[in-house]
Ligand binder design. Sequence first.
Ligand SMILES: O=P(O)(O)OC[C@H]1O[C@](O)(CO)[C@@H](O)[C@@H]1O
Length: 241
Amino acid sequence: MKQFWPGSLPAPSVRTVEDMENVFASRPSNRDPDTPLYYMYRDLYQTHGDHTWLERHHLRYDITRIPAGVINGEYTKTKGHYHPSNSAGVPYPEVYEVLSGSAYYLLQKRDHTDVILVPAHAGDLVLIPPGYGHVTINPGREELIMANLVSTDFSSEYGEINEMHGAAYYYMKKEGWVPNPHYGDRIPMHVILPLPLPELGLVPGRGLYGMVGTTDTLDVMNRPEEYMDIIGRFCADKKRF
Ligand SMILES: O=P(O)(O)OC[C@H]1O[C@](O)(CO)[C@@H](O)[C@@H]1O
């Protein structure tokens, strides 16, 4: 982690098999429930100036490590959650950067009408658009390390993902993408490549942390309603899966 974060990291929040047992394709019965699955280092900053800037802009920078692995035939992943709406009635977005390894970002519209897959590699930036829940899968053999910037004005919502036993698709080692039967009819899945969105300051190769303390429009994280045409461009660039 040293190449991604200078200095020491705080103790991470850890998701265990027990926290995740109802979101896998099948319950991981042969695993100790305390087995750690991934590690979240939240609310990071390098200097007091950066901390002040992040607080002033209501933003949080986190790093997450997802070791490679397969649980009951399914690639390791985050639990998954939705974001609530802001005072303008628009759900909060989020932005991720892959620092190392590879990732499948599985995004799904809250009304279950759309599923988007964004495959991403080191250096890629991925926008989670307003109204989409998200799960990150580590489909590789290497540890996935990723960073995110997100508003501090909300808490993630897990209710629907818990009730539905995970996201709309499971990514299995043998079978590949398997629709989650709790969603009823198969929801079409589209692939979107990580797009540069220079109007939002999102340019590949430019680290997310590099935006902290600048005048970039990370304002989108708290006021997405002002940027819906740019965000719409990201969502429109779909290829049928
Ligand atoms: O809350 P989940 O679904 O476990 O996902 C964890 C991810 O979400 C975040 O809290 C940001 O939304 C990250 O810290 C972490 O990568």
